[in-house]
Design a protein around this ligand. Structure first.
Ligand code: FES
Length: 140
């Protein structure tokens, strides 16, 4: 391999590595998450159950709130609602492959909201959910 081939190979390898690292941040390359915008009434959020026909995880975005609520429909049909507010210093969490990640200091939480990695020491806030007719009710 001559110098020119070495440089070309090296640059292509670096480019592929950089693309692999950046791909999740590029629009259209990251997993699609459904967001449902709503307003709270009487300390409750109503989410139509039809929103879970195509996905098991929905991000509920209450009007005026700084944080989303991740609602996951488990295999047993139960729903888990987690506030995506880091319990370390209140940063908005982002979904990761197996849970949620805080970009500020690196805390990680699993899909059940339990701390996997600090500095956060407290699990995510969970909200009680009930089903009423064709709606999921999140008590806030
Ligand atoms: S605010 Fe999330 S780890 Fe510090």
């Amino acid at each position: 391999m001559n110098r020119k081939e070495f440089l070309r190979y090296g640059c292509n390898t670096c480019l592929m590595g950089a693309l692999a690292m950046l791909a999740p941040a590029l629009p259209g390359c990251s997993p699609a998450y459904s967001v449902f915008k709503t307003e709270a009434h009487d300390n409750q959020l109503n989410v139509p159950l039809t929103m879970f026909e195509k996905t098991n995880t929905l991000f509920v975005r209450p009007k005026g709130w700084q944080y989303d609520i991740a609602v996951h429909k488990n295999e047993d049909g139960q729903y888990l609602a987690l506030l995506l507010q880091c319990t370390h210093m209140d940063n908005q969490l982002t979904p990761s492959q197996n849970g949620y990640l805080c970009s500020l200091h690196g805390s990680r939480f699993n899909s059940q909201g339990e701390v996997l990695k600090g500095p956060a020491e407290t699990n995510l806030k969970k909200y009680t959910t009930t089903i009423n007719n064709h709606n999921l009710i999140i008590s806030i």
